[in-house]
Design a protein around this ligand. Structure first.
Ligand code: AMP
Ligand code: MG
Length: 494
């Protein structure tokens, strides 16, 4: 027990016993705070000053369990790379409890890397420092970029090594999420033909995330429709940022529609639709451009789980569930068009806006252009930014092809009729200057792991929290990696 109080208001721990296992975090040798997310503390109504102490570090390491916490490891199953695993569950995480924030929203507070649980299988229940830092910086960047995501409340070192490809320093991430219910949570009960638990879970999710579904004629079809819509919007946002999740297994697909379980994820530098970073994604199943269709596959798994609730008549249930999954491609395309219209500075809609965007992407792939900077520097064609007036054509190996595209874009913009300053401002508000580039993340991890130096990590976090501010031309946070800095592969570190 500790004197620091966290206003827990737990609901998941009140669900039936078979939803989780009660499991205290396993204390570590020497907890030390790496970073505390003060704005997130404020949102959750937590005392950041009190938490940025040794006592806070003890909480975030799992050495002290605050009053009101009811630590549990949640049960779930999932398809991993398409292969069915009937039992996964929190093997290296515990949910401390839930907190209702100052915005009225209920959120989970979870320790990741907090020791073994009954779901650990062969694993050690721990997390290495590198993946903890990666998840911290990438999830907070995603939040700053307006992408629904789990958040990072704190990171601590443990003073204990973990054994991976050698000895690595261990760490614990405190993760905050709208919930940790996954498609795989539904699969866990569906596979056990436990319809009562499925209904309890579905009602819980409706109550917590989709209360309007409760008023629909068929709440479970409405639940499915709502998850489909949120997930379609989510993947469209990933697409607009060149983000590759890397492990889109059904257990890593949140029913609340947040990006979750950052493993070997990365943002692309040079645009190519087939880009894969994950060291474990041998077939390229989760390559950048496959993400929308993989998500549909994951949503089909959820639909199948919900069928017994949707209608007792199997044929009727199938037709209703199928209709919701079939709505996904159009929902995704609509979200994608909206995303890219904004990225191209368009305020109005025309039929071939999507092909204008996809033609630019094709030109970028052909010309090996940097994804983030191409979109960022488009604004310089409207009104040059005095701090960094780099011309987008300079990013292309095929500048003539880019110019042909740019002429079409300018013609389309003039039909749009927006004033130049408003258009340039809209472009810079939508297209970030700074994302957590993979080589910068790796450099931050190297400094922390090799020298215990967290300055590069902290500096990178500060930068990604202001993604839309122009940096001086040539800033290391804006510059793509030099050939010898390119990171070819990222690792889960599990
Ligand atoms: P993830 O790669 O985080 O999506 O995890 C997939 C599954 O493996 C989940 O059930 C995790 O709890 C489990 N897992 C991952 N790493 C470990 C670990 N170090 N110890 C125990 N279980 C783990
Ligand atoms: Mg996972």
């Amino acid at each position: 027990m500790t004197a620091i109080s966290i206003p827990f208001a737990n609901s998941y721990a009140a669900l039936p016993d078979r939803f989780f296992v009660r499991q205290a975090p396993d204390p570590v040798r020497a907890p030390a705070l790496i970073r505390l997310n003060r704005p997130l503390c404020d949102l959750l109504g937590l005392d950041a000053d009190a938490l940025s102490s040794d006592e806070g570090a003890a909480i975030f390491a799992g050495n002290a369990v605050p009053e009101g916490a009811e630590p549990i490891a949640q049960a779930y199953a999932g398809h991993q790379f398409g292969g069915w695993v009937p039992q996964l569950g929190d093997g290296r995480a515990v949910l401390l409890g839930e907190v209702v924030g100052t915005d009225g929203l209920r959120r989970d507070v979870q320790l990741k890397g907090s020791g073994r649980t009954p779901f650990s299988r062969g694993g050690d229940g721990r997390a290495a420092l590198g993946p903890v830092l990666r998840e911290y910086v990438v999830s907070e960047a995603m939040h700053a970029l307006g992408v629904p995501t789990t958040r990072a409340l704190a990171a601590v070192t443990t003073g204990q090594d973990v054994i991976r490809e050698g000895y690595l320093p261990g760490a614990v991430l405190t993760r905050v999420a709208q919930s940790h219910v996954r498609v795989g949570t539904f699969q866990y009960f569906a596979a056990r033909r436990d319809e009562e638990a499925l209904r309890t879970l579905a009602d819980y999710v409706i109550d917590r995330h989709y209360p309007e579904a409760a008023r629909a004629d068929n709440p479970y079809t409405a639940l499915l429709a709502a998850v489909v819509a949120r997930q379609a919007g989510l993947v469209a946002k990933w697409f607009g940022l060149g983000f590759i999740h890397g492990v889109m297994n059904t257990d890593n697909t949140s029913v609340a529609g947040e990006t979750i379980d950052y493993g070997p994820c990365a943002f692309m530098d040079i645009y190519h639709p087939g880009t894969v970073f994950s060291s474990i994604d041998h077939g390229g199943r989760y390559a950048f451009a496959n993400q929308p269709s993989i998500l549909q596959w994951n949503l089909a798994q959820l639909a199948q789980c919900l069928m017994p609730l949707i209608d007792p008549d199997g044929d009727k249930a199938l037709a209703l569930a199928q209709a919701e999954v079939d709505a996904y491609p159009a929902a995704f395309e609509a979200a994608l068009i909206a995303e890219f219209r904004a990225k191209l500075g368009l305020a109005t809609a025309q039929d071939d806006d999507l092909s204008l965007a996809t033609d630019l992407l094709a030109c970028m792939a052909e010309g090996e252009a940097d994804f983030t900077n191409t979109f960022r520097y488009l604004a310089n064609r409207i009104e040059a930014d005095p701090a960094d007036d780099t011309d987008p054509a300079s990013l292309f190996n095929n500048p003539d092809a880019f110019e042909a595209w740019a002429a079409r874009w300018r013609a389309r913009l003039s039909e749009d009729g927006r004033a130049a300053d408003a258009c340039a401002a809209a472009l810079r508000d939508k297209n970030p200057a700074v994302i957590p580039r993979n080589h910068l993340v790796e450099a931050a991890i190297r400094a922390a792991e090799d020298n215990g130096d967290f300055a590069p990590f902290n500096a990178l976090v500060e930068e990604v929290l202001r993604p839309y501010a122009t940096r001086p031309a040539g800033s290391r946070y804006v510059r793509p990696p030099a050939p010898d800095e390119v990171v070819q592969q990222t690792f889960c570190g599990t």
